[in-house]
Design a protein around this ligand. Sequence first.
Ligand SMILES: [Mn+2]
Length: 405
Amino acid sequence: MMHHRAAALQRSVALPAAAHPLHLNRRWHHPDLSKLRGWKAVEKEAEVGHAAWQREQEHALKMGLPGASSLTDKTIPTFSRGELPHFAGILTFMKAPYVEDVREVKKYDAAVVGAPFDGGTTYRSGTRFGPQGIRRISALYSPYNFEMGVDLREQMTLCDTGDVFTIPANIEKAFDQISNGVGFIAASGAFPIVLGGDHSIGFPTVRGVASCTSKKIGIVHFDRHADIQEKDLDERMHTTPYFHATNLPNVPPKNLVQIGIGGWQVPRAALPVMRQRRPTVFSVSDVEELGPEKVIEMALDRAWDGVDAVWLSFDIDCIDAAFVPGTGWPEPGGFLPREALKMVGLVAKEGLCGMEIVEVSPPYDTSDITSLMALRVIVDTLGSLVAHGKMGAHKHIIDKPFSPF
Ligand SMILES: [Mn+2]
């Protein structure tokens, strides 16, 4: 103790003389705790109940047998069932219930579905393992977010429907399967959360949702790439989804907003299409100069103009390559994770009719960081929807029964 004190004194002596008064002021002036967002978050947690967590613990004990008599905590079962421990268990997305009979999906507010398809890739493949990668790291998370004061387990219901049976060697058949799966979930009223897959799935996912409504849909698309040329390598590859999506009668190109586009990997073939269809395009520098809040305010103005719902498509490669090595087409100079999360939270605040996260390629990942980033984008979107009372708010646009592709 004496030793530490002496070291601290020595440090303060080493400070320049002018720094002393300020240093002492800061040290001894206690801030008003109630003004800190951190402290507000601490207080807000008290408003969130524990009923769903208690039900989960009771279910775990019933299914997994009571724990050994030497355990003090009597809520711990012998066989792990439910959230804990985070390193154990059969992994659905955040250990949500697996809906084996997909007809049950209508009982849930939101449903995860994997679209493990990488046949649209033009460089690195491996995104067929995206759903597995994201589900695996999702076991790490609790359903509670500190700053938002939201607990997804208490405030919404989530299920995992497993994956669409994609056809690896046939893009068009895989597209039809994906539209079938996403269309079925959307028609049930559940909020679809699609785990890609490369970005070619961005067309069939929107087509699935658009088939369940007579209303118009806008798209907010985060990406380093424009993904709007008609064909690439003679097929509808992952460079093409927004050409085909904005051909759908109820998905107008003027409601497509692309955020983060730039760098050395935007094929010039996309540019004439962009000039003709006129989506709203923000580069990373636009976000840097205008700030995330202003950009999203402008983006939402455009995406929601004259439509009844907005779809979120998040390509993980919009984040700087340093943070997301496990992706199909990495490009340095993208968003910081903090910026991207801020933006998706602001987009979700106005409500969404579904979302997808694409281009996570676990074989190229390091320590699961790319999958973790994808997970974070999803849970931050859900958290924002819940915090702003928008979970389920899209249901009124679903006015057509599911009709298979
Ligand atoms: Mn991309």
